[in-house]
Design a protein around this ligand. Structure first.
Ligand SMILES: Cc1cc2nc3c(=O)[nH]c(=O)nc-3n(C[C@H](O)[C@H](O)[C@H](O)COP(=O)(O)OP(=O)(O)OC[C@H]3O[C@@H](n4cnc5c(N)ncnc54)[C@H](O)[C@@H]3O)c2cc1C
Length: 437
């Protein structure tokens, strides 16, 4: 059944009348067609029910209370991909250069999420983070992080080896370390659901089980019919490049999926107590294998950044899309042969981490007393939607926005986009306003 564009907006019931739980939790809300449940021509249509899409949709309703805002999600719930499958760390903002969006928004995002979690009683562990050096060759890297932190206005303390041990007796470092007191962790799935509840309360209409397929003239074609929004915002995560390309944007890019897996420690042996990270390779967009402490104090090692073969390649042949896999494998094979951005080393190093022994050994470089037998349980993997420039053959490091007066596309919403989501959403709306003026 298609949509009837002639019906007035008022004809369609709004989800705002549903309770939080029925709107978010129920898998039974399978709209046969959008006409059953939503406006056909919302002022703003957001694609993607991850943390970024939800933050943007909520911010749009708060900024323009008279506007109708609809959010489309292909899954039956919010946060089933990156937003519900990450480390849940609120990154303080010292990894990124001062001119980047990531630097600005992670500092502000950490503050906003922390306040929000405390205010709402959402789980948060404000344990802080140590960045440790494995040897003398990493001291320059620590200095660079310290410089970046200061430039970004992030609270960061340089501590001696002894002081690092006082913060966490398990920490292993060479000469000194950095301590970030504002780094915290949250339960990412819980926070994503809470944001969806807020969006709903703000008047956003959430529509589940509907996939955006592509552009059809002025309309967006979906699995439940066509929609003609005043403005479209693409927050489709791993599929954001595909939707952008349907609108004539992001032609030079492709999203490459990188899989992050985790290994959980024995819940009885909670060691370390604070997040412990290595000095990262600053040419790579991820931070190296580290220890993350969950909201209940649970310890995990990871995540990896293993090249995946298709976008939602979580387990076995689950979600396999053959055409997509052939295209991604083609790009990855080219990168491997030419060794662009050290892809060959990355692929080999990362693939080894499927072995428990390798992951635990890497962890043991950062933390004393990391016995193999206490790290046994593999956690739920997540997949990074890393943007790749096809001509320049490079990985993009910062968030990318492309669009015009009809649509805006959020590309490369990689880590720490979870941390950044609230202030980043305001930026997205500023960019939309600038393009529609
Ligand atoms: C292993 C790992 C660890 C990470 N750790 C951290 C961390 O500690 N801290 C941090 O800040 N960040 C972290 N990140 C990054 C963070 O998870 C992401 O940056 C963030 O979740 C991106 O949110 P999103 O809304 O853009 O994407 P997603 O959460 O992927 O949401 C996109 C949504 O769009 C939907 N969608 C896609 N295509 C369509 C379509 N055609 N039609 C309708 N819906 C569609 C999807 O189903 C999905 O729900 C990590 C990521 C990974 C993978």
């Amino acid at each position: 059944m298609g949509l009837d564009p002639d019906l007035p907006k008022e004809f369609f019931p709004r989800f705002t009348t549903l309770s939080f739980l029925s709107a978010l939790g129920s898998r039974s809300r399978q709209p046969a067609a959008l006409a059953m449940s939503s406006t056909t021509n919302p002022d703003v249509l957001v694609v993607g029910g991850g943390i970024v899409g939800l933050a943007v949709a909520r911010a749009a309703r708060l900024r323009w209370p008279d506007a109708s805002v609809v959010l489309l999600e292909k899954e039956p719930e919010v946060g089933l991909h990156g937003s519900g499958r990450n480390s849940g760390v609120l990154h303080a903002g010292f990894y990124y250069t001062a001119d980047s969006l990531k630097a600005r928004f992670s500092r502000d995002g950490t503050k906003q999420w922390t306040e929000l979690c405390l205010e709402r009683g959402l789980a948060i562990n404000r344990c802080g983070k140590l960045v440790v050096a494995k040897g003398p060759e990493e001291l320059d890297g620590l200095e660079e992080l310290k410089r970046r932190g200061h430039r970004n206005g992030v609270q960061l303390q340089e501590v001696s080896q002894e002081e690092a041990r006082e913060i966490d007796p398990a920490a292993k470092t060479f000469q000194k370390a950095l301590f970030s007191p504002t780094t915290a962790s949250v339960d990412p799935a819980q926070v994503t659901r809470a944001l969806a509840a807020d969006a709903l309360e703000a008047g956003v209409e959430l529509v589940f089980n509907v996939r955006a397929l592509g552009r059809k003239g002025a309309a967006l074609s979906t699995t439940a019919g066509d929609l003609t929004p005043g403005y479209l915002i693409n927050g489709a995560g791993l599929y954001a490049d595909k939707l952008a390309q349907a609108y004539g944007f992001g032609e030079e890019f492709a999203i490459l999926p990188f899989k992050g897996i985790y290994l959980y420690g024995d819940p009885q042996k909670r060691r370390p107590r604070v997040h412990i990270y290595p000095v990262p390779k600053l040419t790579r967009p991820w931070l190296g294998v580290h220890f993350t402490i969950g909201v209940e104090g649970q310890v995990k090692i990871g995540p990896t950044a293993i090249p995946a073969f298709w976008r939602e390649n979580y387990r076995g042949l689950e979600n396999l899309d053959l055409k997509e896999a052939i295209s991604i494998l083609g790009i990855e094979a080219g990168l491997f042969l030419r060794n662009d951005f050290e892809f060959r080393e990355i692929a080999i190093e990362e693939l080894k981490k499927y072995r428990r022994r390798v992951l635990v050994e890497q962890g043991a470089l950062l933390v004393d007393g990391t016995p193999m037998e206490t790290f046994r349980t593999w956690g739920k993997p997540g997949i990074r939607a890393q943007l790749f420039h096809k001509k320049e053959r490079t990985m993009l490091m910062d968030f990318v926005l492309e669009g015009d007066d009809r649509s805006l596309h959020i590309l490369n919403a990689v880590s720490p986009a979870f941390t950044c989501a609230l202030p980043f959403a305001e930026h997205v709306l500023d960019e939309m306003e600038a393009r529609t003026r």
